[in-house]
Design a protein around this ligand. Structure first.
Ligand SMILES: [Mn+2]
Length: 333
């Protein structure tokens, strides 16, 4: 019986930690029943799926996922994590603050936690399983370069991380988990890039698809922009393609319109359900408390919040008005 692998679906570290787990656990086939791909805007659904799939597994592995309160709070009889771990062994590899904050609660539930604040999940998996093959070390370096950007990384690792990010964005645009499993298995089988660190033609084609669609996505975002005045504050709204999630969409709005507005609200088209608000550095708008009031979080000049439904052309106006009304209340405070 293969173990169940539950890992982050949205970035290179998530995919590479999955590929390394497959190698370490000697999973050499490709079966969707052994995998859960987790998006942060569907965290609870993803763990419900994990509970369902775990009935067929005894060993569970989680990688590159931050623990949050919703996973620990009881819904119905018991918390999702308790349902997941019951009667199983569960290893959790992660480097997010939320996991550190809840490490004791995880351990109390019988979960083995491998956490390090400066090491990506892929590196933690490689170290735990003593993966020493040069290829495995290279995979971990790509993930580390992607999660902890800086001048110290090998340029080829940085470049491949950027390419993987684009491939992953194209797959997530349609929640194509089969495509992500293909990618993880090709990474496992050393079929994604060659010894010169060049992507295989098939995966390069996915990068090209991203590049073609990206400029289209920016054009559409620009087209959608609306400016709204509230008191003496100006707010820009934009409606972005999932391809520009999470940060490229709101970053673009702030860069383009910073001279004429101070708050930038980027709502995303389906399937993305996490939406972002950025402010100019000199704005007094309390963006972090505001997104917290919507159940989200952030730091510095930006934050996000998740809706449990899609933002569509039909409800866009209504959501925009709901946000404006809530913002107005904030001004009065
Ligand atoms: Mn990570």
């Amino acid at each position: 019986m293969n173990p169940l692998v539950i890992a982050h679906a949205e970035d290179p570290d998530g995919l590479i930690s999955r590929a390394l787990l497959l190698r370490a656990l000697l999973i050499d086939d490709k079966d969707m029943q052994d995998h859960v791909f987790v998006r942060y805007d569907r965290l609870v659904e993803s763990f419900q799926e994990a509970v369902e799939k775990s009935r067929m597994h005894e060993r569970l592995y989680v990688a590159d996922l931050s623990v949050n309160d919703r996973l620990l709070q009881a819904e119905g009889d018991s918390a999702l994590l308790d349902q997941l771990v019951s009667g199983k062994t569960l290893h959790w590899f992660d480097h997010h603050d939320g996991t550190a904050a809840h490490q004791k609660e995880l351990t109390k539930r019988g979960i083995t936690v491998q956490y390090h604040k400066d090491k990506c999940a892929s590196l933690l998996v490689a170290q735990h399983f003593l993966l020493g093959h040069p290829y495995e070390k290279m995979l971990a370096r790509i993930a580390q370069a992607s999660d902890y950007p800086g001048p110290m990384h090998q340029p080829a690792a940085v470049r491949l991380g950027n390419d993987l990010e684009k491939i992953i964005a194209v797959a997530n645009e349609t929640m194509d988990y089969r495509g992500l499993l293909d990618l993880a298995c090709d990474l496992r089988d050393e079929k994604c890039f060659d010894r010169q660190m060049q992507l295989s033609p098939a995966w390069q084609e996915q990068v090209n698809t991203f590049t073609r669609r990206e400029s289209q996505a920016y054009a559409e975002l620009k087209e959608s922009v609306e400016m709204i005045s509230q008191g003496d504050r100006r707010i820009v709204f934009g409606y972005a393609s999932p391809l520009l999630s999470p940060k490229p969409g709101p970053s673009y709005l702030r860069e383009q319109y910073r001279d004429i507005a101070e708050v930038f609200i980027c709502l995303f088209k389906p399937p993305v359900r996490n939406h972002l608000i950025f402010i100019c550095e000199d704005s007094s708008f309390p963006v972090v408390p505001f997104v917290q009031s919507l159940g989200g979080g952030g730091r510095g000049n930006g934050g996000g919040f998740t809706l449990d439904y899609d933002v569509t052309p039909e409800n866009y106006l209504q959501i925009k008005e709901m946000l404006l009304e809530k913002m107005e209340k904030y001004y009065q405070k």
